[in-house]
Design a protein around this ligand. Structure first.
Ligand SMILES: Nc1ncnc2c1ncn2[C@@H]1O[C@H](COP(=O)(O)OP(=O)(O)O)[C@@H](O)[C@H]1O
Ligand SMILES: [Mg+2]
Length: 354
């Protein structure tokens, strides 16, 4: 059971804690089982009345978004489920679910939505802008043939700017690509190595890379080009954040967690996402008010940013049937990608869920 679980007897004395609960309360089971639940949870917490209700009604109770804060564990928002133990009168089980995870899952869904909105718009843009743009650029080229020196500077400007708009539209078109994903079995480490090589040869020359690969990682089924694009975007953002940092480090870590099952709202079954890849930097971090919009298109804090990097990241991950979350503190920003290993085409699953 990966969620914190605590059992209390008819006098609220703790008689059972699982490993996740030890971790959650930062206290070993030997100490916890010597205490009452009201010694661990603040006495005025609604959680205690939830336990009482479960005990007196003999039924399970749920409460969402409970704030629990103690000096030991800090502040957490959790969903709590309490249930009586059928053959032990007065005994109650308490299950905690960190809100963070469930919130992230619903955010993930809206990310899928965001990517779809952009894809519709990109298709229109591509059609309505690129054709006239080619006309403008061609006309400027014709003008240049008979223009004087001063005017050539202007026709060059017209063509350069037209090219820039064209490149932007090309980038947007990536979103409207709804063809089924072409996947092959591949080792994520070769993808990450490629990304690191490209980065150190161009935008991340002054950055130190720390590689923490889990050698037991199985292969995944994915699209190599898109996965490279995905991690390149994350590494580029990390490098951007480190630009004023003298000992800037980007850590690329992988881990295999066979037990990682997540129920994603909108998908029929719980999905197994055992492949974890993290891109971590020791830059200044992301402002709290930016966090809820981080993966939205056109959100940027950079002077020449387009705000499409993370939106594309979200789309590629959704196409691969995975999820991403981000946790950011000053000196430590972690983008965590969870991916499946299974063999079905992730795209089909995605279409079925829509
Ligand atoms: N590792 C990071 N550290 C700090 N800020 C970040 C990081 N990654 C992303 N961001 C923030 O998220 C914003 C959006 O990123 P992105 O979608 O890639 O667009 P862009 O890079 O064009 O600004 C960035 O402008 C930046 O403010
Ligand atoms: Mg970016």
């Amino acid at each position: 059971m990966p969620l914190p679980l605590i059992g209390v007897d008819d006098d609220n004395q703790i008689y059972y804690v699982n490993g996740a609960a030890e971790y959650f309360f930062s206290t070993g089971s030997q100490l916890l089982t010597k205490r009452k639940i009201d010694d661990v949870i603040p006495y005025d917490s609604p959680l205690l009345s939830l336990v009482d209700k479960s005990r007196s009604h003999g039924s399970s109770m749920q409460e969402h978004g409970l704030e629990i804060s103690t000096p030991l564990i800090g502040q957490h928002t959790v969903n709590v489920l309490t249930a009586p133990v059928s053959d032990m009168p007065g005994f109650v089980l308490i299950l905690f679910q960190e809100r963070l995870l469930s919130d992230k899952m619903s955010q993930q869904l809206s990310l899928r939505g965001a990517a779809r909105t952009v894809s519709g718009m990109a298709a229109i843009l591509a059609h309505e802008i690129k054709n006239p743009l080619a006309g403008i650029s061609g006309a400027a080229q014709l003008l240049a043939q008979s223009a004087g020196e001063d005017d050539i500077a202007l026709t060059t400007l017209i063509r350069r700017e037209a090219d820039r708009i064209c490149a932007l539209v090309d980038q947007m078109e990536l979103f409207s690509d709804v063809r089924p994903l072409k996947t092959t079995p591949l080792n994520i480490h070769t993808v990450l190595d490629h990304v690191r090589q490209v980065a150190t040869a161009s935008f991340a020359r002054d950055v130190h890379f720390d590689l923490r690969y889990d050698p037991s990682l199985p292969e995944l089924f994915g699209n190599r080009d898109q996965l490279i694009q995905l991690f390149l975007n994350l590494v580029k953002n990390a490098a951007d954040a480190l630009s004023s940092n003298n000992d800037g480090t980007i850590t690329l870590s992988t881990a295999y967690q066979p037990g990682m099952r997540i129920s994603v709202p909108g998908l029929p079954d719980r999905v197994n996402l055992p492949l974890e890849v993290c891109v971590i930097d020791n830059g200044p971090g992301i402002a709290a008010d930016l966090m809820p919009h981080l993966f939205d298109p056109f959100v940027t804090t950079k002077l020449h940013g387009k705000g499409l990097g993370l939106a594309l990241v979200a789309k590629i991950i959704a196409d691969h049937g995975g999820v991403i979350d981000c946790q950011s503190d000053p000196n430590k920003t972690v983008f965590r990608v969870l991916l499946p290993v299974h063999r079905e085409t992730p795209h089909k699953e995605r279409v079925a869920a829509q």
